[in-house]
Design a protein around this ligand. Sequence first.
Ligand SMILES: NC(=O)c1ccc[n+]([C@@H]2O[C@H](COP(=O)([O-])OP(=O)(O)OC[C@H]3O[C@@H](n4cnc5c(N)ncnc54)[C@H](O)[C@@H]3O)[C@@H](O)[C@H]2O)c1
Length: 372
Amino acid sequence: MIIGVPKEIKNNENRVALTPAGAAELVKRGHTVYVQANGGKGSGFSDDDYIKTGAKILPTIADVYAVAEMIIKVKEPIQEEYKLIKKGQILYTYFHFASGEELTYKMIENGSVCLAYETVELPDRSLPLLIPMSEVAGRMSIQEGAKYLEKTYGGYGVLLGGVPGVPPAKVLIIGGGIVGTEAAKMAAGLGADVTIMDVSLKRLRYLDDIMPPNVKTMMSNEYNIRDMVKTHDVIIGAVLIPGTKAPHLVTRDMLKTMRPGTVLIDVAVDQGGCFETTKATTHTDPVFIIDDVIHYCVANMPGAVPRTSTIALTNATLEYAIQIAEKGWKQACIDNGALKKGLNVVEGKVVYKGVADAFNLPYVDVESVLSF
Ligand SMILES: NC(=O)c1ccc[n+]([C@@H]2O[C@H](COP(=O)([O-])OP(=O)(O)OC[C@H]3O[C@@H](n4cnc5c(N)ncnc54)[C@H](O)[C@@H]3O)[C@@H](O)[C@H]2O)c1
């Protein structure tokens, strides 16, 4: 198959959809890989790194779209790319269609085959192509929390791990899924006194078994949250209720009960946030302060560490890219139920129920587009 990897053109996006290691795997299997010039630069990969694997460099984004049977990307196509997409071209990337009406209509019109990373789903309902970004954001949340606890940033002025004779900082993590677990591991590793809250007793039992002794678990409810926020230095919001907005678990009135310089990190900001006072921020202006409480609410945290994020993402996406390249999208989706769930829009038809419902569009059963 002929595979194209354009340079991401969305504002501040430095990731790339394929590493040189990934390109090497595809080339080794006899596929042709075209990468746009400087496509990997933001993630620290030079054109030469790709050339050494047997991939070829093309000068412009239009060249890449023109030759490729499958485009592998990171972010959804934006306006400048719409006109470059060809009928029947496979687009394998994050789409988040339900929050992009224009994008959905454009992809229906152009007749492409849209495989969305975010809906590839394993039988246990986990989302293997979203997990790597949650891992990055979860680990990063503690790095950011530690930084903003410093006095120069307006923080309470405590060191996460303390020192001999001085107790460590207290970290409260609300939500014990992927983000919460990775955050807890990092905070615990730095020596903080960590509590993870979740509504799932099953999850709390699991976390209690695997976490080190400086991590405690606690049932998430308003009474406990209200009590804990008074004494904690860093509070991480990491809840997810699939398909709905995050609940406001830390309310505005609770801020007044916190110590000045407490740091709130709302990783769940992309689902509306689980703190009432959350509003989305960016890497260029990541924090704001309300009632002397620092709020960090960056909606694309992995964007700050594009090299790590690129490698983490491609570690997860490559195996499916190989299957599509080897078998074609139809056979690959017939053979792999997880990948089939990634089909959203196929040759003008919406085959993912959530997307059809979001815009009142006719829904077509995915099986009907899989016959040869
Ligand atoms: N800001 C970013 O850059 C970024 C990056 C990646 C993920 N995220 C977001 O982080 C959030 C968490 O993602 P995840 O992958 O860890 O999800 P996950 O599904 O693995 O975990 C969510 C956890 O929240 C728990 N939960 C639900 N309601 C709760 C409540 N009331 N109190 C406490 N816990 C509750 C669930 O039981 C589950 O364990 C999501 O909103 C995701 O979109 C943000």
